[in-house]
Design a protein around this ligand. Structure first.
Ligand SMILES: [Zn+2]
Length: 436
């Protein structure tokens, strides 16, 4: 989980390139994202979007919000996931966002905004979304109209859209066999916030205006559907996603006191490993994660955590071996390949790192850490122009378009015109110019 737990070898490089205030920080973690995707899959299918057609991504933000920017992503704030109590509540949130996608509520307004299939496009969308949710400093680096009222309109839904999304979301929940009472439980979370001033409301209230009518309508829709049993599989994935998230976000002592509330023994051990690791107790962390692996032998995502623990404890050779085992079991998982690349880099093997990180980036351009490590690997293998390309993409992803432009220009000057790397740099440059 990328909570800026910095790798010692690259710590200086990172500190010198981190922005004073990052616009929107995606919280990337292979295990958490896989769990969220498992929870979402039946809902997305029921919405006609395909079980893996929409990627569920987490934003490192303690406030409560969920939103869509384009048809390929649903964004959840980490604070919302930690606040929800069960899989059915999370499924209700996802169903509501899926309805906004399926009903075309976003795309209708989005003709001016670049799509989210490149680092620059996604970075711009996230910056605008952050501004729309009320964190105005997030828009400092960019200026799409630089009019926060316009941005708010872009990402806030009308009451009619909310009513349509609620109705569709309850249909999706029922079609997926999920208990739609989750939809009412989510709305109850925001009860009473209507009376608060804008600044004190959760951003969810701004993106999805809540009215008493909405709650009443949802209560009416779910009234005839009681007694749907809880989905044990979905709840396992919910406990795993929210348990890993809270283990990284809360104080380790808090986690260690609440291991019994983890839902299952393997999740409790995984959380215990995170807590001990954050207290720099390597032996206890390893004992815990090995315990989790004994319950789920060869679980690539537990191996991923073990690799991270070893890497951040400077056991570079062991980290490479564990990440290799994880990557062998989940060869299509970009964030695990990213971990393998990072471990290779730390172990002084930039060629091995380059191979893993290029594969990782080709599968997923949305991880700033992969882009950062890839730039280091390019630089260490003498490919400075390529280092500039991925650095430009990393800044663009973070919404720092001025820095992105600088590195894109450097890359364009050094690469063969029209090559695929040249085109990636050009894409960033075009986005930077448009942002002006
Ligand atoms: Zn909504």
């Amino acid at each position: 989980m990328s909570l800026l737990r910095l790798l010692p070898l690259v710590v200086l490089l990172v500190l010198s390139t981190l922005p004073a205030r990052a616009a929107t920080v995606l919280l990337r973690d292979a295990d958490m994202e896989r769990a969220l995707q498992q929870i979402a899959a039946p809902i997305l299918s029921a919405a006609g979007l395909g079980s893996s057609g929409v990627k569920i991504m987490v934003i490192d933000n303690g406030s409560l919000n969920a939103f869509v920017t384009d048809p390929r992503h649903i964004f959840l704030h980490s604070g919302l996931i930690m606040r929800l109590g069960s899989a059915r509540e999370l499924q209700a949130v996802i169903a509501h966002e899926a309805a906004h996608i399926a009903n075309g509520h976003i795309t209708r307004r989005m003709s001016n905004v670049r799509n989210a299939s490149t680092a620059a496009g996604l970075g711009m969308l996230l910056s605008v979304a952050a501004a729309a949710a009320g964190s105005t400093d997030a828009a400092a680096g960019i200026a799409i109209g630089s009019n926060s009222a316009a941005m708010r309109r872009l990402f806030s839904h009308t009451r009619a859209e909310e009513a349509a999304a609620d109705a569709a979301s309850v249909r999706y929940m029922l079609r997926a066999g999920a208990d739609p009472v989750g939809a009412k439980e989510v709305l109850d979370l925001f009860r009473g916030q209507e009376a608060l001033s804008l600044g004190r409301q959760d951003p969810y209230m701004r993106t999805h205006p809540l009215t008493r009518d909405r709650l009443r309508a949802v209560e009416g829709m779910i009234a005839g559907h009681t007694g749907i049993p809880e989905d044990a599989t979905a709840n396992y994935w919910f406990q795993r996603a929210s348990g890993k998230l809270s283990a990284f976000k809360r104080a380790p002592d808090w986690t260690l006191r609440r291991l019994d509330a983890s839902g299952s023994r393997d999740i409790a051990l995984m959380r215990e490993a995170v807590a001990w690791h954050r207290q720099s107790n390597l032996s206890k962390a390893l004992r815990a994660i090995d315990g989790a692996l004994a319950i789920r032998p060869g679980d690539a995502y537990f191996l991923d955590l073990k690799g991270q623990i070893l890497l951040e404890s400077r056991q570079f050779g062991a980290a490479v071996q564990v990440y290799q085992a994880a990557a062998a079991r989940a060869p299509r998982e970009p964030l695990i390949l990213g971990g393998l690349g990072r471990a290779h880099l730390a172990a002084g093997n930039p060629k091995g790192a380059l191979q893993a990180l290029e594969q990782a980036r080709a599968r997923d351009f949305r991880d700033a850490r992969i882009l950062r490590d890839l730039a280091v690997a390019y630089a260490q293998t003498g490919q400075l122009a390529m280092a500039s390309v991925v650095t430009a993409e990393r800044y663009a992803l973070m919404g720092r378009m001025k820095d992105a432009e600088l590195h894109a220009k450097r890359a364009l000057g050094a690469l063969p015109r029209g090559s695929s790397a040249w085109q990636r740099a050009d894409d960033v440059l075009i986005a930077a110019k448009r942002a002006k």
